[in-house]
Write a protein that binds this ligand. Sequence first.
Ligand code: FAD
Ligand code: NAD
Length: 604
Amino acid sequence: MSKQVEIKVPDIGDFTDIPVIEVLVAVGDEVSEEQSLVTLESDKATMELPSPVAGVIEELHVESGSLVSEGSVIAVARTAQELEPAAENAAGAGESESGESESADVAEPRTSEFQTREPETEAGKESPPPDAQNAETYDFDLVVLGAGPGGYTAAFRAADLGLRVALVERYASLGGVCLNVGCIPSKTLLHTAQVIDQAAAIERHGVHFGEPQIDLDKLRAFKDGVVGKLAGGLKGLAKQRKVEVVQGVAAFEGAHVVSVQSEDGQRSLSFAKAIIAVGSQSVELPGMPWGDYRLMDSTAALELEEIPERLLVVGGGIIGLEMACVYEALGSKVTVVELTPKLMPGTDPDLVKPLQRRIAKRYEAIHLATRVKQIDIADDALVAHFEGEHSGKADFDRVLVAVGRSPNGGRIKAEAAGVRVSERGFISVDAAMRTSVPHIFAIGDVVGEPMLAHKATHEGRVAAEVCAGEKSAFDARVIPSVAYTDPEIAWVGVTEAEACEKGMEYGVGKFPWAASGRALGNDRSEGFTKLLFDPKTDRLIGAGITGLNAGDLISECALAIEMGAEASDIALTIHPHPTLSESVGMAAEAYEGTITDLYMPKKG
Ligand code: FAD
Ligand code: NAD
């Protein structure tokens, strides 16, 4: 017995006139129960409305751009089956004979801020999952090239979703730059630096620890131990998931084959899908004496071979300033040279100011708008020649060059698979992380800025889910950035500089940490918390924090932006006292003009 069923928008909370942003079915389509029919997007969330019945769509009452509310008819379906209980329970639903119409609300909508549409790519729709067609044809459902945070996350997620996965890594240790020569070793050493600095600073409180005695071998061993522990953990996680780890250098041989070159010889791996996660490497300034052990990139600097008396840091970006913090605390006299007129260009200057003030007192020199033209080798020093705002030459015992990183896309014979790579080595991808070849994906540093581990990880999950046939895409609104200097600098979303440049209207709520009991108790009140709001909606659009633990504090702001939080949502959230996190709530109060911890005269 066939029935016609009107499918209506159910109770979706306190929303009316929600735009339909995509219609996922057409008249004549056969739909299964729970199959998504349309995507709605309110200002708080995106949601898909699934069909309450299985049947054939006979009429569509909405199109992209239609506005719907509870009870709006989306479609009429003809079903041959008995209505399922969900539909029977819906208001107005009941048995009827062939040809008669009845109504059914769609089932509970699937709501998620991260829910996305099927990605639109030049390659078109997702191909069927590999197991359907390729299980016997290829060695693996998925081969992941590179085991950094992007690559291992992708491999593990794909294995958890049932794919047969190989993870190819040129080094014996998994974890990539981040774990082995990046985030983790640098943050471990920055912790040591912070403790040294705090022990010295506590003199002001009447506590004297004396000069630090540094056992460099022990410090290095601790750092290596942290890395080793985590790398061992990754190996175990790969084993538990039956991800085959293949050590060697990978390069494409064709659209479905990579070759892996190792000391043991060459092995070819065929795959249904591949994810390129080969990361990036330090830029080497040309014309420098790179063979000399005293000239270091960040990897060499993290080796901590010695504490040079005089260290030159070329590049006042994140790596340069983090490593300068480490070496200065360990006892080096540090000089920083930065090409542009500002440290950490791209970051709001007011956020950088407290750091700049602090290091100006502690470092030997900071030369802005200056570049190193040449470095000569002398017996007992490297001689750096400067030009720009500062000129002349000076001797250093070691030089760290940290002038950016370049992607490794040009080093994997991607052309053999037909994957397009830019001249600089970046691989462009769509929201589903697909490259120009639909079954090959790319993630992490190799797809572009910002080159951050948490971005790589997020992209890795998306790519793995799409590979496994799931509906997933990268649609996070913001990616937070943190410089783990002392003080830390963290920012997320729109920066003030960007808002000004784009002529965006914005309102600012700022809370100086000089008014924070916790910051004063820590004897570190130089920081502040700054929130940027859209004055039309009062929604948070950006945030910047500078001060101790700013990197941890910024997460609340990232969540607030993702959730579409307004100033009042943040201000009315009770923050624990006395914490630095209170400063986020108070910055929102400052924007609203309701703050009591500061006196802000009424405007006008
Ligand atoms: P990677 O981590 O670069 O991993 C790529 C992997 O691919 C490597 O293991 C490499 O050996 C392997 N590989 C490359 N080519 C091949 C090939 N042909 N065959 C087989 N294997 C190959 N980011 C943060 O978010 N927070 C931080 O605090 C932070 N600190 C950093 C500190 C330093 C000193 C540096 C250098 C970077 C730091 N970063 C930080 C950046 C972060 O490390 C990167 O963004 C992140 O590692 C990128 O991850 P990925 O998976 O894209 O690539
Ligand atoms: P960067 O782009 O952050 O900074 C490089 C700096 O060097 C810039 O300020 C640039 O103007 C300057 N510069 C360029 N050429 C120069 C020259 N000839 N002389 C003097 N200065 C010059 O790059 P980075 O510090 O090498 O870091 C690379 C990447 O690693 C960054 O993109 C960052 O995303 C990532 N990273 C992140 C973290 C973190 O999240 N905490 C830490 C380290 C690295």
